[in-house]
Design a protein around this ligand. Sequence first.
Ligand code: UDP
Length: 321
Amino acid sequence: MQVLIVGGAGYIGSHMVKLLCRRGCEVTVLDDLSAGYRDAVLAERFVLGDLGDLSLLDKIFGANHFDGVMHFASHIQVGESVRDPAKYYRNNVFKTQCLLDAMVAHKVNHFIFSSTAAIFGEPVRVPIDEEHPKNPINPYGRGKWMVEQMLEDYEVAYGLQAVRLRYFNAAGADPEGELGERHEPETHLIPLVLQAASGRRPHITVFGADYDTPDGTCIRDYIHVADLCEAHWLALQRLWQGGGGGAFNLGNGNGFSVQEVIDVARTVTGREIVVMRGERRPGDPARLVADSRRARTELGWTPQYADLATLVDHAWRWETR
Ligand code: UDP
């Protein structure tokens, strides 16, 4: 099977490329390397280019017969999306539409979309199931929700079948140590905590310790990148077997507080981690935990790395590689 991975040089995309190659797919990666790394692409076919380049898309789709497309090429910083919404709507919405239009024009009907828990906004109930109201509170989340709605319309009008996967907190690294998280700048908790453990940073700042949670710090659902990729694989199988599109929340269903993450990191690394107390980060809900029962029952998905210590250990091996 031939699969196009847009954003295959980035964190989650690069892990996905590795998995698909392992499963015998012919993988083509399209990436502009704005946030990815050429050496993270473990596939032979790599196209350096912009998703908004319509003639390039036409050329790629004209030269291949893709059985599926996965799209990981998003900007991901919530704060930046508030300061510069144009950047987010242009890249995450407009350029995604360019991709979808090329798929429709070339009759490629199977699409896996990387969505996010940010489409739900401030939760009205936790754990968050797929039917939870969608009320995104920043341009990042709004753009992702716009694309989800676009996909529903494209399915009705053009028969494009899409599986929309809403990630909770993606974390961890390739269990074999070949790939990991390399965001520049890094904003995610687990890599930052581990950089504080390795000495690359002087400390970790906890954004708010006065939330309505047992230890006062925010609770998140950390899901291993390898488990996320497995869910994409199962979603692709579903499309190929005629199971149709749909939306799935991807998390472990276990919430860990920022303080618990730091404690686990101290145990796993055996290092001292200096903690500073900081202000709340605007737009951070107290608790985000997924109800992933639909992915488990309908996709047959079972996360293998539900244990936070294992996840942190994989990320630590990457940090100290
Ligand atoms: N966080 C923190 N300090 C940091 C980075 C993150 O306390 O330097 C907290 C953040 O406020 C949130 C949790 O860690 O409660 C996870 O944040 P992250 O940015 O990793 O993912 P998000 O939940 O925003 O997708």
